[in-house]
Design a protein around this ligand. Structure first.
Ligand SMILES: *Cc1c(COP(=O)(O)O)cnc(C)c1O
Length: 373
């Protein structure tokens, strides 16, 4: 049996007829008045997430960098970023002119370690970027408390976490602003690049909208230097259609995560466990094991596709060498980079496929035990 890591074709296929209709609408309305799919999607996303403001962007990186640009950072201004995340999280700070300070992550949440964040706060700290890695909430009790005590805004990289929550509130709506990637593989994905900024601050929303529209307030007046990074009508139309199916896909992901938990309960793997009082979007199901590379080869031979979620932490990427946070400086992030393995998890994964994953892992463990004896 071949078990695919993702199956976007299977998710999109039932929507083909509906997709064709909305795409026709975009084509018919192009060139003339705006088809207004961007407005429609922004309203729908704001409703689903419970956010008063939602601004579509051309991708998740654009969402993050626009929010950081609203802070008018200089190269002396520090933003604390977890070392274990997509390079895009840290790149956004740099693209906005700020200085990245990496902090370590917790081994249980795999997200920012509040104690390490606190230790890295200086008078130059201008923001804390929380990443809800793999769709599971960071330790928000402690992080919100630190941000409030130091008067530093907290910004959420919720690229993995559309539909996830903390104490009943959507992730992405807990800090000054939340940034989502809506790229094809993300929990809510367009057919190309797309992103979203949500905020309860009308001033931040307005500033983001100006920055991603050439710095314009009105058609001919450029108030600030801006970019062209708004959401396009085509992707907005796709997203407006797909967001209707999101609850169903999320429920399916959660069911698959439950099956994986059952199948792998008796194994030696350390499973992802969302914190109490939170729900996950189950974007990625990454298990932790010292035998990561051997297990990966074994699963590959059994037809089970896996991925390495973040094999090189950000502080060890050449792009961020200027932070001078070398090997050994952020030990938990480095260990997780070596030991995390992402298993297949998508809305259409079957019970039999999950059983095959469980069986393959158990066989691998029996075989390694024998080899050790
Ligand atoms: C995907 C991703 C981004 C960037 O989003 P794009 O839409 O690819 O620009 C940012 N942060 C994290 C954690 C991501 O996974």
């Amino acid at each position: 049996m071949i078990v695919a890591f993702q199956d976007l074709v299977r998710s999109n296929a039932p929507l083909l007829d509906e997709l064709e209709l909305v795409l026709q609408d975009v084509v018919r309305n192009s060139g003339g008045a705006r088809a207004n799919w961007v407005d429609r999607f922004e309203a729908l996303a704001g409703e689903v997430l419970g956010s008063p403001c939602a601004a579509g962007t051309s991708c998740g990186t654009a969402a993050l960098s626009a929010v950081f640009r609203t802070l008018a950072l200089t190269s002396e201004d520090e933003v604390i970023v977890p070392a274990l995340t997509s390079a895009a999280s840290a790149a956004a700070v740099r693209l906005a002119g700020g200085r990245v300070v990496f902090a370590d992550v917790e081994s249980h949440t795999r997200c920012l370690d509040p104690a390490d964040v606190e230790a890295r706060i200086t008078p130059r700290t201008r923001a804390i970027l929380v990443v809800h890695l793999h769709g599971h909430s960071a330790s928000m009790d402690a992080l919100l408390d630190i941000a409030a005590r130091h008067g530093v805004p907290l910004i959420e990289d919720a690229a993995h976490a559309f539909g996830a929550s903390y104490q009943g509130q959507a992730l992405g709506t807990l800090g000054l602003a939340g940034c989502f990637s809506l790229g094809p593989e993300k929990p809510l994905g367009a057919l190309g690049a797309a992103g979203l900024v949500v905020t309860a601050s009308p001033a931040t929303d307005a500033a983001v909208r100006v920055l991603i529209d050439h710095g314009r307030l009105t058609p001919d007046l450029h108030e600030v230097v801006g970019t062209n990074e708004g959401l396009d009508e085509l992707q907005a139309a796709v997203l407006a259609l797909k967001i209707d199916h999101f609850e169903d896909w999320l429920a399916r992901r959660r069911r698959v995560a439950g099956w994986l938990a059952d199948e792998l309960a008796e194994t030696d793997l350390v499973l992802p466990r969302p914190l109490p009082g939170t729900t996950s979007s189950w974007y990625i199901h990454a298990v932790r094991t010292r035998q990561r590379d051997d297990l990966r080869s074994w699963l590959h031979a059994a037809g089970i596709e896996t991925r390495l979620p973040h094999p090189i932490p950000c502080h060890l990427q050449p792009a961020f060498a200027t932070t001078a946070q070398g090997p050994g400086s952020l030990p938990v992030a480095e260990a997780l980079a070596r030991e995390l393995l992402a298993l297949p998890l998508h809305p259409h994964l079957g019970r039999d496929e999950v059983a095959a994953i469980g069986e393959a892992v158990r066989t691998f463990e029996r075989r390694t035990e024998r080899a050790v004896m």
